[in-house]
Ligand binder design. Sequence first.
Ligand code: URA
Length: 227
Amino acid sequence: MSAEARRRAYLEALDIDVWTPRGADPAGAMEEVEVAPQALATDWDGLRQQVAACTLCSLNKSRTQTVFGVGNQSADWMIVGEAPGAEEDRRGEPFVGRAGKLLDEMLRAVGLQRDAVFIANILKCRPPNNRDPLAEEASSCRAYLERQIQLARPKLILAVGRVAAQHLLGSDAPVGRLRGQKHTLNGGQLPVVVTYHPAYLLRSPTQKRKVWQDLCMARQIMEQPDQ
Ligand code: URA
């Protein structure tokens, strides 16, 4: 049995919806990785404790602390970013640095306060020097995010940046191609909108117009989910 088949069997045994991005080959969505949590908690507190104690990948050795996620645990919107940076690793909360301030502004632009949404990352631990997550790190962490989604039951996921979008959707397309359209997870039940990462916007502010378009599309999906 391949590692991917084993992962899916684990997740199905744990009653976790297995993500199958539309139009993507699910077996190609992840690298071959051995790990999967044995008995994933089914409540927020238990999950938080499991994440805090996680040693599934080597990032546990360099982290200051895990960054579980923050916000409304039954939010309609879930924001998924890449991984904690230095400030997030220090404070234990996602998106609290400069990019986080811009994310807050992006959310406010569509009438959302930070504490109205749930904010999480693909990785719960900071990669050294803010390098991209390795495939095995993302794979180790994936069940935690899947469980967070299962517990929060958001009506929409906003994936910010290439890493979040590609890992969530099992795609290697650039973010510029993934944005501007509605994707879905969980057999078409959960809409996913992709937009640029706020850290990229800090470097390329002219792209803010496109982010605004993406946010408007997300808001419209929320208001008219059947369209
Ligand atoms: N960038 C992210 O993708 N996530 C964070 O939590 C902080 C910066």
